[in-house]
Design a protein around this ligand. Structure first.
Ligand SMILES: Nc1ncnc2c1ncn2[C@@H]1O[C@H](COP(=O)(O)OP(=O)(O)OP(=O)(O)O)[C@@H](O)[C@H]1O
Length: 236
């Protein structure tokens, strides 16, 4: 496999609206942003301003009405490969998402009947890839988030901060180019939130990925390299 030397993300004039009955709600209007491997960005703004919708579109979980999202890989030999995820068939899109994007949610979305190790491996299983190398990588990530002694525990046996650590390890297990975190510290006390922020930034830095967080926390927002504010669906 070709080793990738850089990755970038271009969001260009994305618009999104939701229709309910005869009412159309314009949620995003001409949102553009550009990020490179190693960048971290906080998206802030009032409740209902479209932050999570934008994150879902960047993560290819939702489609824009117009505008584009482009993932670009530039290999070591200088060859550039640009992909518009929304031009792909559903199966290819799901594969691209699985390989390129890691998600961290406020409520973690861990599977309660699976152990810490099994939860971290879930993204690897999605396309039938449960090799020894994946297990080794998952164990290394579990170690890097400080949960080696909890590897066989169930989520219900963990604290909120520990569950967050599992979610961070799971988001990284496919070595994604983009990590998306929606209110990742929303349910944590301030000290734990700070520890999680440092952990996410440390892992993002060491994997040279792009980290985008949606947050109402000024502490988390100010720890990111860049900030942008959405107001009524437009970048302020
Ligand atoms: N699937 C949907 N169908 C209809 N309306 C939606 C849908 N998803 C989001 N919305 C509406 O779009 C607007 C923006 O929602 P979004 O969740 O993106 O805001 P947000 O800035 O993340 O808010 P918060 O900070 O409260 O989480 C809201 O008015 C919401 O009700």
């Amino acid at each position: 496999m070709t080793e990738l030397s850089s990755f970038s993300l271009e969001v260009d004039r994305v618009c999104k609206s939701f229709v309910s009955g005869d009412h159309r709600l314009n949620v995003l209007t001409d949102v553009s942003l550009s990020l490179c491997a190693g960048d971290s960005l906080a998206i802030v703004g009032p409740s209902g301003s479209g932050k999570s919708t934008l994150l879902q579109i960047i993560g290819t979980l939702d489609r824009p009405d117009s505008g584009s999202v482009i993932f670009e890989n530039v290999a070591n030999d200088g060859q550039s490969r640009k992909v518009n995820p929304f031009s792909l068939e559903d199966k290819q899109l799901a594969e691209l998402r699985n390989q390129s994007v890691g998600f961290i949610f406020q409520d973690h979305h861990l599977l309660p009947q699976l152990t810490v190790l099994e939860n971290v491996l879930v993204p690897c299983l999605a396309f039938g890839n449960s090799s020894d190398a994946n297990v080794e990588h998952a164990l290394a990530l579990i170690e890097s988030v400080g949960l080696t002694d909890r590897v066989d525990h169930l989520p219900g046996q963990l604290s909120g901060g520990q569950r967050e650590r599992v979610a961070i390890a799971r988001a990284l297990v496919m070595s994604p180019s983009i990590i998306l975190a929606d209110e990742p510290t929303g349910n944590l006390d301030r000290t734990t939130a700070q520890e999680m922020t440092e952990l996410m930034l440390h892992l993002q830095h060491s994997t040279h990925s792009i980290l985008i967080t949606v947050t109402h926390s000024e502490d988390l927002a100010s720890a990111m390299g860049k900030q942008c504010e959405l107001v009524d669906g437009k970048l302020a």
